[in-house]
Design a protein around this ligand. Structure first.
Ligand code: FES
Ligand SMILES: [Fe+2]
Length: 367
C-alpha cells in the first residue's frame, strides 16, 4: 500500500554508465532501475509474458531481456523483441502489446526515488518532500563511491524507523552519560515527514532557504525522517560534515533490510590550514572511524529492535510517548493517513479486477 509513496530506491553513483541497472524493492515488490542515456527508468521486476523476474541479481549492465523465453523490452517497457512471434502469437511483437509496469522516477541530489503509478496523489517528488527537498538536495550530493553499511534486521521495518525518531533511548541503548534537555532539541514536521535539530541556530524553513540558495553552512547534528522508510542525518567528524543515508526496506513482516550510505559532504567546514595539509592521510582514518562508530550505533539500534520484535505480537493499546518521542506519534499519524489512502486504491483495483474478470472469462483466449 505504501508503494504509491515516493520511496528511496538507490543512488545515481550506481548508474554511471549507459545500461547500468540495480535491483531493489518498492512497497515490498521487486523492482529495478536502469540508466538509458540521460534518462533513468524504473520497472517492476516482472516479465509481462509469464511473470519471470527480469533481473535475478542485485546489479549489472545490459538490455532488458527476460531469462525465461528471451522477450526483449525497450526503455519504455514495451516488448519489442519476442522470439518466433509470428508463429506463436500470430502477429508482430508490438501488436502483442506486452508492457512492463513502469515506475515514476525522480531524483534529489544523488538519491533516486520511485513510486508505483496510479496512487491518489499526483504530487511530484519536490512537492512531496516540501521544505526537505532543497535540504536533501544539498546534503546528498554523493561522491563516486560512498561507504556502504548493510544489515539484516530481524524486526519489522517500522520498529527500525521508530528508533531513528526516538531521542529517549540514548542512555540505555547507546550508553550516553545524560539525557538531553527539551531546550536542546528542536522538532519540525513537514508533510508526512519530520526533522530533529540539535541547537536552535536556525529553523527548518531558514535551513531550507539557505540550501536552496547554496549558502548553507552546517552547525549542528540534524536528522530528517522521510516517510515511509528513509532517514538522512548530518553530523560533524572534526572538522568535516558527514551524511548518513539510511533505508529500512521491509522484506517480510519480521525482517528488514537496512541499507546505509555514508560519505563526507562538501558543505562548508571550519577547516584550519593544518587540516587541509593533512587531509590526504586524515581522510582515510576519519572515514574509517566514522564507519566504525556509525556501525556501532546502528548495531545497538538494530539489536534493540530485534528484542522488541520478539514480543511484537503482544503489543496492545497505545504506548506512552514522552516529549522526546513526539516524532513517533507524527510518524504513526502519517502511516495511518498513507495506509488509508493505499487501502482506498486497492479497493478500487479489486473492484476493477472483479469487473474485468466477468468480461474476460467468456472471451479469454488460448489453451
Ligand atoms: S516469462 Fe519472460 S519471456 Fe517468458
Ligand atoms: Fe539509536
Amino acid at each position: 500500500m505504501l508503494g504509491h509513496c515516493w520511496t528511496l530506491l538507490g543512488i545515481t553513483p550506481d548508474l554511471k554508465k549507459d545500461g547500468d541497472w540495480f535491483r531493489t524493492t518498492l512497497g515490498g515488490r521487486s523492482v529495478f532501475v536502469q540508466r538509458f542515456g540521460d534518462a533513468i527508468r524504473g520497472f517492476e521486476n516482472r516479465c509481462a509474458h509469464r511473470f519471470y523476474p527480469l533481473r535475478t541479481s542485485d546489479k549489472g549492465n545490459g538490455p532488458i531481456v527476460c531469462g525465461f523465453h528471451h522477450w526483449h523490452y525497450n526503455q519504455n517497457g514495451h516488448a519489442v523483441g519476442i522470439p518466433n512471434c509470428l508463429e506463436l502469437f500470430g502477429t508482430h511483437p508490438l501488436n502483442v502489446g506486452a508492457k512492463l509496469v513502469t515506475l515514476d522516477i525522480a531524483t534529489c541530489g544523488s538519491l533516486i526515488f520511485g513510486r508505483f503509478p496510479g496512487g491518489r496523489s499526483s504530487e511530484c517528488l519536490e512537492e512531496y518532500l516540501g521544505e526537505g527537498f532543497p535540504i536533501l538536495n544539498a546534503m546528498c550530493a554523493m561522491p563516486g563511491r560512498p561507504q556502504r553499511l548493510n544489515d539484516r534486521i530481524a524486526a519489522n521495518w517500522k520498529l527500525s524507523m521508530e528508533i531513528t525518531l526516538d531521542d529517549y533511548h540514548n542512555v540505555a541503548i547507546h550508553h550516553r552519560e545524560r539525557y538531553a534537555r527539551n531546550s536542546e532539541i528542536g522538532y519540525f514536521r513537514f508533510g508526512l515527514h519530520s526533522a530533529h535539530f540539535t541547537g536552535h541556530a536556525d529553523t527548518l524553513a531558514s535551513m531550507s532557504m539557505a540550501c536552496r540558495e547554496n549558502r548553507y553552512s552546517p552547525s549542528d547534528y540534524r536528522i530528517f525522517n522521510i516517510f515511509p522508510n528513509l532517514a538522512v542525518s548530518i553530523f560533524n567528524a572534526r572538522p568535516y560534515w558527514f551524511c548518513h543515508v539510511q533505508l529500512f526496506a521491509p522484506t517480510s513482516p519480521g525482517q528488514t533490510h537496512h541499507r546505509g550510505w555514508l560519505f563526507q559532504t562538501g558543505l562548508p567546514a571550519k577547516e584550519r590550514v593544518l587540516d587541509r595539509w593533512t587531509r590526504p592521510f586524515s581522510d582515510v582514518s576519519r572515514a574509517y572511524l566514522v564507519r566504525h562508530f556509525t556501525k556501532k550505533i546502528g548495531d545497538e539500534d538494530h539489536r534493540a529492535c530485534e528484542q522488541m520484535q520478539t514480543i511484537a505480537h503482544q503489543f496492545e493499546g497505545s504506548p506512552i510517548l514522552g516529549a522526546h518521542e513526539k516524532r513517533i506519534e507524527w510518524f504513526e499519524e502519517s502511516y495511518e493517513a498513507a495506509m488509508s489512502r493505499g487501502e482506498a486504491i486497492s479497493d478500487t483495483r479489486r473492484q476493477e479486477r472483479a469487473k474485468g474478470s466477468t468480461v474476460l472469462t467468456p472471451t479469454g483466449s488460448g489453451p
